[in-house]
Design a protein around this ligand. Sequence first.
Ligand code: HEC
Ligand code: HEC
Length: 256
Amino acid sequence: MKHLAAILFLLAAPVVAQTSEQPISGYAFMEPATQELQDDDFLNPAFFLVAEGMEIWNRAWPGASGEARSCRSCHGDPKDSMAGVAARYPTADPDGAGVINLEGMLNREIETRLGGEALAYESQELLALTALVGYQSRGLAMSIDASAQVQGWADRGEEIYTTRHGQLNLSCQNCHVDHSGEKLRGDTISQGHINAFPIFRLIWDEVGSRHRMFTWCMESIRAEPFAAGSDEYLALETYLALRGEGLLIEAPGVRR
Ligand code: HEC
Ligand code: HEC
């Protein structure tokens, strides 16, 4: 850790005091100007995706049985049908022994109910649908089903989280638990929670998913990242959902 401290950490004093075991949202670690961007839907640079998600929600697809349908045909207004949904993901995969995250479920709906083609990870369309559905849980507490199946994946995710990776030989935990509140280049390291995604990240000048963030963190420690949608990232995401239990959903969020 001495090596790490010398290379990476420029300031020792925690900016946000951690007094309890309660998880703290990354929002609390942002500069006020960044918080204001998230607080105001008109300024929030991710917010246009909610409207774009609504266009996709209303779009007619071929339909699994050949009859053109949209998300709305079955689910009506997402304000009602999707309220609280994002706060419960990842969840047990209805088709198997794995877990499925929100992106996976949205693609499953497109493929199985609408006869459409799955949207690519990080495509603007998938980000838009995720933002639309995520937004319907804004202000609601993350609370996932901790069935044995989900717990098993969370355990696997915890192992990845606590294992050192990459040339800098750091684990996720080294930064987001041991050094949260400290400065790293221009950032203040938060506890690394996932309650605001998809996020507009100012340094990306784009919106990204949780898995894109994981990749950014892995690349920053010069590790070979896992693929978006991979089992490893699904396991990590499941662990992080349990670790952040109770945090309020902020989607679509803004981060530095
Ligand atoms: C070298 C330190 C470091 C390591 C190791 C690291 N991260 Fe990060 N992480 C950061 C920084 C810096 C940010 C951007 C500031 C912030 O939000 O914490 C960040 C942000 C995040 C966020 C977004 C938090 C939010 O509120 O939007 C998540 C999620 C995250 N990291 C997960 C991970 C995971 C999973 C791993 C392990 C694969 C990991 N990080 C490893 C430094 C690190
Ligand atoms: C033919 C009807 C039909 C269509 C079309 C359809 N769905 Fe569904 N969807 C369902 C049913 C039935 C369920 C399972 C029961 C439920 O949660 O309503 C479901 C479940 C879901 C869930 C999981 C809800 C939860 O509580 O976990 C999401 C998210 C979802 N649909 C989104 C969509 C989206 C987005 C579209 C359009 C791309 C879509 N659905 C199209 C019928 C449909």
